[in-house]
Ligand binder design. Structure first.
Ligand code: SF4
Ligand code: SF4
Length: 82
């Protein structure tokens, strides 16, 4: 068991996602990954893992405005299996 700190979180409008994957490499802590599920457009979409910094890089990159970013006042700790 290890602890991962999140300083922020994102809401992802998954039904609007076109599956371009541009958001994945711009996320420096690598906490976005493409889901194996598909939305109603038939596209895979990103999902969030623990460790978001609230940096807004995904929001600025997404051509379809799928992200809302929130920063926590105090970091949240997640217990995760490694
Ligand atoms: S706000 Fe930053 S850290 Fe969080 S998911 Fe988006 S790119 Fe990654
Ligand atoms: S950048 Fe936007 S449209 Fe492209 S995969 Fe990410 S959320 Fe979907």
């Amino acid at each position: 068991m290890t602890q991962i700190k999140s300083r922020g979180t994102v809401n992802i409008a998954t039904e609007r996602c076109k599956g371009c994957e541009l958001c994945i490499p711009v996320c420096k802590p690598e906490v976005l990954r493409m889901s194996t599920n598909r939305n109603k457009l038939g596209m895979r979409y990103p999902e969030l893992l623990p460790g978001c910094t609230g940096c807004t890089a995904c929001l600025l990159m997404c051509p379809d405005f799928c992200f809302e970013v929130y920063r926590y006042q105090e970091p949240i700790l997640h217990e995760v299996d490694v």
